[in-house]
Design a protein around this ligand. Structure first.
Ligand SMILES: *[C@@H]1O[C@H](CO)[C@@H](O)[C@H](O)[C@H]1NC(C)=O
Ligand SMILES: *[C@@H]1O[C@H](CO)[C@@H](O)[C@H](O)[C@H]1NC(C)=O
Ligand SMILES: *[C@@H]1O[C@H](CO)[C@@H](O)[C@H](O)[C@H]1NC(C)=O
Ligand SMILES: *[C@@H]1O[C@H](CO)[C@@H](O)[C@H](O)[C@H]1NC(C)=O
Length: 354
């Protein structure tokens, strides 16, 4: 991880006018398991979890062609459609919680919880000037202080937290050395652990923290091998992050009654999807190649030039791509990852069944 990587970040900087979408138009009831339908879901983290908090005027998630498959126009999701949060909510049998930003206009969705995730962010400040996870928890604390959620609401709620690598993107962009990377990873996981502890202290029931995905398999890095090979150096960094995180979760559970912390192995789920492509009937055209790409370097999915001409291409069938853009899974990608995780989710959340 020596060279600057753009990973989850660069997409966020581009600007274009965005269409509006109301919270209620995002309603969907696919895959509803009804496992825990009174549960509220609170979400923290980055673009893998954000469903609309990023600033409309500057985020690619609010530009065409984001959202073309669902809801049919940009909705602030970093995908052609649904993201992991949506599938996680459907597993719980609830609607995707309202982005914090819309809590006033979409107040009827408040009973499902709230999404505090902001694309481009990390546990530390990144190159994207949005709320880091600490600031997201501050927002949660403010919302709680208004009394909109009761103690019992919180106690039966579930938290989903995503840290998909913007801290590392920023480290690389600031020319952090390969030698110091392990220490930096340790500090990221250390801060994340403090965040999880603090969220628990606010009275929530269960906290699921997503493992980091195999960063070396993101198209941003596989482009160098024409989308044929994952970068093992970057995957080793992901693995180190995950080993530390898993240990931290074990320690948190050991120190807390009822083992409320859950390590969601998103890394293995991505790998299972990639590896299953090699066996039997592939689900994706080329699992490492994104659907939406900038036409040349300097452009990315959603880019337009000064006169408004498109500077990106979109594949014919977004449903055939695991990755939507250079760093984010497509809706079909997320659905596949979710399918792999589903049995373990059933096991983890079974004892909370009402
Ligand atoms: C893997 O990625 C790192 C940056 O994270 C880069 O320095 C290295 O050259 C890449 N290796 C290959 C084989 O592409
Ligand atoms: C989070 O952001 C705030 C505001 O920019 C900053 O003061 C704080 O140090 C950041 N927290 C961490 C852990 O980096
Ligand atoms: C990082 O290194 C590159 C290449 O040596 C240089 O152009 C860039 O200014 C450096 N960035 C920072 C933030 O130091
Ligand atoms: C778990 O907690 C016990 C008692 O509090 C302690 O002795 C033990 O070292 C802890 N184990 C871990 C892995 O933290």
């Amino acid at each position: 991880m020596e060279k600057p990587q753009t990973l989850l970040l660069f997409l966020v900087f581009l600007t274009i006018g965005a269409s509006t979408v109301t919270a209620s138009s995002l309603e969907h009831r696919h895959h509803v398991g009804g496992v825990l339908s009174k549960t509220k879901l609170f979400v923290f983290g980055d673009s893998y979890a954000d469903t609309g908090n990023n600033v409309k005027s500057s985020a690619s998630s609010w530009k065409v062609p984001y959202g073309i498959s669902f809801p049919g126009r940009p909705s602030g999701r970093w995908s052609n459609g649904r993201v992991f949060t949506d599938y996680f909510a459907s597993f719980l049998g609830i609607r995707s919680p309202i982005p914090y930003k819309w809590r006033k206009i979409g107040s009827k969705l408040i009973p499902f919880g709230m999404n505090f995730a902001y694309g481009g962010t990390g546990v530390f400040n990144t190159l994207v000037p949005e709320h880091n996870m600490t600031a997201q928890i501050d927002l949660f604390q403010q919302v709680i202080s208004t009394g909109v959620y009761t103690k019992q609401d919180l106690k039966s709620s579930i938290v989903l937290a995503s840290v998909a690598g913007n801290d590392y993107t920023t480290y690389n962009a600031r020319n952090g050395s390969a030698k110091d990377l392990p220490a930096f990873i340790t500090s990221v996981v250390g801060q994340l652990t403090l965040n999880l502890k603090r969220i628990y202290g606010l009275g929530v029931g269960k906290i699921a923290i997503a493992a980091i995905e195999p960063m070396g398999c993101l198209p941003e890095l596989t482009a160098l091998s024409s989308y044929t090979k994952c970068n093992e150096t970057a995957n080793a960094a992901s693995n180190f992050h995950n080993v530390l995180l898993k240990q931290a979760v074990a320690k948190l559970n050991n120190d807390t009654k009822g083992s409320p912390f859950v390590f969601l192995d998103v890394y293995s789920a991505f790998m299972t999807v990639f590896n299953s492509e090699k066996q039997g009937k592939p689900k994706f055209k080329n699992v490492l190649k994104p659907c939406c790409l900038g036409t040349s370097s300097g452009y990315s999915c959603g880019s337009v030039d000064e006169i408004g001409a498109k500077k990106y291409t979109v594949c014919k069938n977004p449903g055939s791509a695991f990755f939507w853009d250079s760093v984010h899974p497509s809706q079909h990608g997320w659905r596949s990852v979710y399918s792999v995780l589903r049995p373990s989710l059933h096991k983890i959340f079974h004892n909370m069944k009402k």
